[in-house]
Structures are given as C-alpha cells and as structure tokens.
Design a protein. Structure first.
Length: 257
C-alpha cells in the first residue's frame, strides 16, 4: 500500500465517525442518488424492475460493485435496481459502518456486504484472496461515487474496474466533480478547498474530455457524460465550496483484456 493510499485510509477512518451526519452531506448524497436513479436507463447497465426483486430465469441476478464504498451512498441509490451488492473500501471503519448500515436496513450479507481492500493500486490483491474470487468479478455495474479524485492513477483504476464487470455488457460509472470554476489567485492547487483532506486529493475534478480519454484508454466504449444543473454545496471548516457533480459511464468492450 503506497503512503498516499495509507493517508487516504487513515483520513477516511477518522472521518467515518462523523461522515454522513451533516445536512450538506445528506444533500449531496441525495443529489448523487437522484442523478443515478433518474438516469438509470441512460447508464446502459442491466438493472432490475424493483417490482420484481427476485432473480429468475428471465432476470438472472444483477450485481453491483460499490467501489470506495464509504458508508454506502451508491448502495443506497442503486440498491432497489440490483439483487446483490459488494462494497470495497480501504478503510476498515468505513466497511464496518457500511455493513452495520446494511444489516440495520434489513439486508443479508449475501445481498449486500463490504470488505476491506484495494484492487486499483499498484499491486493486485494476492492470489487466493477474497477479492480475487468469483464473488468480486462479473458485476453488471461498478460505480465509484465521489472517490475518483482520491485515486493516484485514474486510468489504472478504470481498467481494474473494467476487469471486474461482464465483457460486452458490464458498465463502469464514475460520479465526481468537475474542476473548480473559480481558481483562487489565478492558479489552483489540488485540494486547497478541502484543507482537512488536502493530502489525499489528487485531482481537482475532471473534464469531460479527460474522462473520455481515460475511459477509452481503459478499454471502455460507449462513453457518455452528464453534468448536474444543481450545484453541490459543501460547508467545510475552511468555508463554503460549490462544485458541480457529473456522472460518466462506459461499457466494457467485448474483446478488452
């Protein structure tokens, strides 16, 4: 685990106790959920009709990977449209919070559970580890919700997620922020808006063009992108910051390897 990844793990461990508690955090989580739910057909992934929640021969099990899952905002957003969910996060505290929330909401570990891990870093998980097992492959949809700006190598992360979804049909989705509109003093430092998280933020958002290039380099086709009209407001210790959320998606090419 790189020092940078370790810094992320510690920061989110420290945050997990008070994560998701502030009204503005709820508001952004709701914005993310609405962005995904209102675009569920656009995402192009195989999803279920919530009125028919049981897998059947006509609708085989639909599986979601919630990567860098935190306490589960993507799981809460897309849970009604899938049968099973697996979360992965660097932070053991986040994973505990995720699994506690899943159990409290009545989900069995078979339906939704998270594990501590990382398969987007330099090193792949060890052979024989749980993350190399069948349970963590062949997803219909893989989503990183508001975690992408923390990743050291975003194209590598997309490639690793691509490997976890089904060839030809699996979809990879990123929900994150556009670059800041108003650089302070004419130049911008990564993470200056989030001093408390600055050491873990690698990217000040992403443009559509950057994302298209990354998705293509990672063997993902049918790229599309949508920016939200409603701004997201963060009330940080350092002041109020406004950012624009986007949803980006691509499908695993049939012959990608």
């Amino acid at each position: 685990m790189s020092a940078f990844t370790e810094a992320n793990r510690k920061a989110f461990n420290d945050l997990s106790a008070e994560y998701d508690t502030k009204p503005w955090q709820h508001k952004i989580a709701n914005q993310v959920a609405e962005a995904l739910q209102s675009r569920k057909d656009w995402l192009g992934a195989r999803l279920i009709d919530p009125a028919k929640p049981i897998p059947s021969p006509e609708t085989p099990e639909v599986r979601l990977l919630d990567y860098a899952c935190g306490t589960g905002s993507i799981t809460r957003a897309l849970g009604p449209y899938v049968h099973t969910i697996r979360g992965v996060d660097l932070s053991d505290n986040m994973v505990v919070a995720y699994n506690t929330a899943a159990t409290k909401s009545g989900l069995t570990p078979q339906q939704a559970r998270a594990v501590v891990g990382d398969f987007c870093g330099e090193e792949q998980p060890a052979a024989g580890s749980e993350l190399q097992g069948a349970e963590f492959h062949d997803f219909d949809i893989a989503v990183i919700g508001l975690g992408f700006h923390h990743f050291e190598d975003t194209t590598r992360a997309l490639r690793r997620l691509r490997d976890r979804v089904k060839p030809a049909t699996g979809v990879v989705v990123i929900v994150d922020f556009l670059p800041s509109d108003t650089p302070q003093h004419g130049h911008h430092h990564h993470g200056q808006e989030f001093p408390e998280m600055q050491h873990t933020i690698k990217h000040d958002g992403f443009t559509k063009e950057q994302l298209h290039g990354m998705f293509t380099a990672a063997g993902l086709e049918d790229f599309d992108f949508a920016a939200l009209e409603e701004p997201s407001v963060m009330e940080l210790a350092s002041g109020t910051v406004t950012k624009t959320l986007f949803v980006a998606k691509g499908r695993r090419a049939a012959d990608s390897n």
